[in-house]
Design a protein around this ligand. Structure first.
Ligand SMILES: [Zn+2]
Length: 410
């Protein structure tokens, strides 16, 4: 039964329909695009060295991608004797993508170019919108953004929707204050796709932010990492070997409900001592009382745009919460052995920086190995637009990321 439940649930990361573009999805093309994304500007010869594809294959693919508008040739560079080499980058104007961050009190929409840069952003208020109620609003926002940016609709890759949703896990789905109604319904995605007339992917906020980080952010060249996503709760987007790890029921990364204090504070999930009861913005809110407001979520003031200074009471909470962060790092490193752990989300940048600083020195784990090239714990994307930009990166990721699991099945 559990398996069937999972099969019927929305499948994050997969589209309902083909892309609007006449662009084949062959594995080699993805490999070339991904190489240019990571290393560009990069020449054909450099792509060949990186990918183990033949020069002829690279030439054919690069030519095709250039004609399709996905790659941009730079000025030829002469290196020693022989033909000058042409450096290629991703063409920002090659395609566009829509992202939506649906939350308890607002919907943020963004239109981004192929490099993930936002070209238009809008925000409207919305009270705990269901998919049915959100669908017409998303369409209106999409039309407004496309018109504002003057982007040809034929060059849209699709839309990503990110929200606090857990897929078909019973109690946790409905009990927590951090989830929205109706979005774990199998028809939700179809509903939105019909309204937008675009392929749509639905993803939880933490994983969407992690995919944005992998595609355009500090993790662009990091294959295995955990993106800790701090908002009202605490989630994580896990990348292993360059692929998002979603788990058997699509709920991997639900680390806010790891028990870190036996018989600790009661949690809406039914357990006691869950991590997010100590390390989350709702935990901070509880510590601070009603006076302070920390969240940088939709509908709240964009605190991350302030100078990052935090008040003395917030600093006291940071001191209290940081050991739980250190403990989470130890557990995640011991379980997954990632290259690094990133802390980001909807808290003000100053709070996240404070948490990272106060979590040091981190407890020993397999992560304390010598000769590391990256710190064990570092800052990832923060602020008001983290999730919507992650959402907009979903269709691009789907287009660019080499899918080795697909290769194995054929
Ligand atoms: Zn819990």
């Amino acid at each position: 039964m559990a398996r069937r439940e999972a099969d019927r649930a929305p499948q994050p990361g997969r589209s309902v329909a083909g892309t609007n573009l006449e662009f084949t999805r062959s594995h080699n093309r993805r490999v070339v695009l991904d190489t240019v994304r990571r290393l560009g500007p990069v020449s054909r010869a450099e792509i060949a060295r990186e990918t183990a594809l033949t020069n002829q294959t690279i030439s054919n693919i690069v030519e095709e991608l250039e004609q399709a508008g996905f790659l941009l040739p730079g000025a030829p560079k002469r290196e020693g004797r022989g033909q000058p080499s042409i450096p290629y980058t991703i063409n920002p104007q090659g395609a566009w993508s829509l992202g939506f961050h649906v939350d308890h009190s607002a919907i943020i929409a963004a239109l981004v170019d192929l490099t993930g840069k936002p070209v238009a952003i809008r925000e409207i208020p919305a009270q705990r919108p269901s998919p049915r109620r959100a669908a017409p609003a998303l369409r209106q926002l999409a039309d407004a953004l496309i018109e504002e940016a003057g982007v040809p609709a034929s060059r849209l890759l699709g839309a990503g929707v990110a929200l606090p949703v857990r897929f078909g896990v019973g109690a946790i789905t409905t009990a927590g204050p951090t989830t929205l109604p109706g979005w774990d319904d199998p028809d939700a995605r179809q509903h939105i796709a019909e309204a937008l007339e675009q392929p749509v992917q639905i993803e939880n906020d933490a994983m969407a932010a992690a995919i944005g980080e992998r595609l355009h952010g500090v993790a662009r060249a990091i294959d295995s990492f955990v993106f800790l996503f701090l908002d009202e709760g605490l989630g994580a987007g896990v990348f292993l070997g360059g692929q998002p790890w979603r788990g058997a029921s699509l709920n991997a990364g639900e680390i806010g409900h790891m028990i870190v204090v036996p018989n600790g504070k009661p949690c809406p999930c039914g357990n006691r001592g869950c991590l997010e009861r100590y390390l989350s913005l709702s935990a901070a809110q509880e510590f601070l009382g009603d006076e302070e407001f920390l969240a940088d979520a939709p509908g709240s003031p964009a605190l991350s745009e302030l100078d990052g200074a935090i008040s003395a009471p917030v600093e006291r909470w940071v001191e209290e919460a940081a050991p739980y962060l250190a403990s989470a790092v130890n557990i995640l490193e011991s379980t997954l052995d990632p290259e690094t752990i990133l802390l980001g989300g909807l808290a003000p940048a100053g709070v996240l920086a404070g948490l990272i600083e106060k979590a040091m020195p981190l407890p020993m784990s397999v992560g304390s190995r010598s000769g590391r090239s990256l710190p064990r714990l570092m800052a990832g994307s923060v602020g008001h637009h983290t999730v919507v930009l992650g959402a907009a990166s979903l269709p691009i990721f789907d287009e660019i990321n080499p899918r080795f699991d697909v290769l194995l099945k054929h």
